[in-house]
Design a binder for this molecule. Sequence first.
Ligand code: CDP
Length: 209
Amino acid sequence: MTLIIAIDGPAASGKGTLARRLAAALDLPYLDTGLLYRAVGRRLLEQGGDPADAEKAAWAARAVQPDDIQRPGLRSPEIDAAASRVAAVPAVRAALLDFQREFGNRRGAVLDGRDIGTVVFPGAAVKLFVTASLAERARRRWLELRSRGVDADLDQVAADLRARDAQDETRAAAPLRPASDAILLDTTRLDPEAAFAEAMKAVTVMGKE
Ligand code: CDP
């Protein structure tokens, strides 16, 4: 049986760092599903399309190739916002579902996103919902941007995160929310090492159930 570990949560909560570490420790493939939505958003922006145009967004989602998520430059603030807009379109989500399921079913996987435990793999053996306070998430995203040489304003970063969370939580299609059987992990006061240790405990407990 393949082991699926679903890691969901709001923007900059530490999901990616945690998911990558779990995948390395457990020798499982890792998929950052946000990159798929980012690739769709970028395709639209490159073609001068409006991310709110549902038909064009669905077309862009059907055209996304595995290589698209390897391209650098998917983490700009413009693409953050475009990804969240296209992610609200049901046909976009439907077009990306098979890719995610096939990735996980090949030999198990750690996947992070917004709806992995609720929609993509509702039967996942391990589900974590990772959160942190808005102030802490903004601080982390700001540091991340700075380390990439982007001179961002902390208040603006916080406002962008808040707007994207609101959009992700209130959309009708696969809104961001914890699965009823997810373990909640608040990383506000946890460094990456401590978050990893907590997550490994959950893997040990849930993985055996
Ligand atoms: O890294 P960060 O948490 O900032 O964002 P991300 O995980 O790369 O996701 C970018 C956007 O894609 C999110 O704001 C969501 O709108 C969307 N997304 C989604 O709807 N479902 C997923 N499974 C993953 C991402």
